[in-house]
Design a protein around this ligand. Structure first.
Ligand code: 5GP
Length: 212
């Protein structure tokens, strides 16, 4: 049987919605799934390892990578820079893997502009209170960083409306299954479910009231 072309699947969500967990879980289930490891200029957090969670680089190295066109996409996020290595991505696709990109909406748009076949998936938190609780529970960020992330997250959720697929992340196993179904579909459905869109609209209205 001919294997279908490898897929590029962008998974975006505001901080604290669990996209790294969802991507990691899907990769753990399938040998033919890889998660792209980004480059970042932000500091390493407790529990993270260089080359596993990110390639941690300084500003000079990041500048050099921009100059040599080494990024498939890059963007400033939360006052730091993050980028996807072009060669890293090509290598994974050449190995026949479907590649998940845990990146922000700016990066998602850049990948879609270059690869029309890339799938854009946005994870929506179940409720505003649950999402803020998850963000605080991580305990890895100072309060001012959390505040910046919350402000950015509202703008980010607004961008989520432009994505092709919206998945509500209220049950980890269920959302991993839904993402896997999209990944494996011969012809993924080309629409957002209206329930998810309504959920996102309501959540945004509540988030604006509570967080601004
Ligand atoms: P964190 O610092 O919490 O690991 O990530 C912050 C944000 O940067 C998240 O929304 C994450 O998805 C995004 N991000 C991580 N890597 C990349 C990347 O390579 N490109 C872009 N555009 N965003 C990224």
């Amino acid at each position: 049987m001919n294997k279908r072309e490898s897929r590029l699947i962008v998974v975006s969500a505001p901080s604290g919605v669990g996209k790294s967990t969802v991507c990691g879980r899907l990769r753990a289930l399938h040998d033919d799934v890889a998660v792209s490891i980004s480059y970042t200029t932000r500091d390493l957090r407790g529990g993270e390892r260089d080359g596993v969670h990110y390639h941690f680089v300084d500003d000079a190295r990041f500048d050099a990578m921009i100059a040599s066109n080494s990024f498939l996409e890059w963007a400033p996020v939360h006052a730091r820079r993050y980028g996807t290595g072009r060669q890293d991505c090509e290598s994974l696709l050449a190995e026949g893997k479907d590649v998940l990109f845990d990146i922000d909406v700016q990066g998602g748009a850049q990948i879609k502009a270059q690869r029309e076949d890339a799938m854009l998936v946005f994870l929506v938190p179940p409720t505003v209170s649950e999402w803020v609780r998850r963000l605080r529970d991580r305990g890895t960020d100072a309060e001012d960083v959390i505040a910046l992330r919350l402000r950015n997250a509202i703008a980010e959720m607004e961008q989520g409306k432009t994505y092709e697929y919206l998945l509500i992340n209220d049950d980890l196993a269920a959302v991993v299954r839904e993402l896997d179904e999209l990944r494996q579909a011969e012809q993924p459905r080309k629409r957002k479910t209206s329930g998810s869109m309504k959920h996102l609209e309501e959540l945004l209205a509540k988030a604006r009231l509570e967080l601004t």
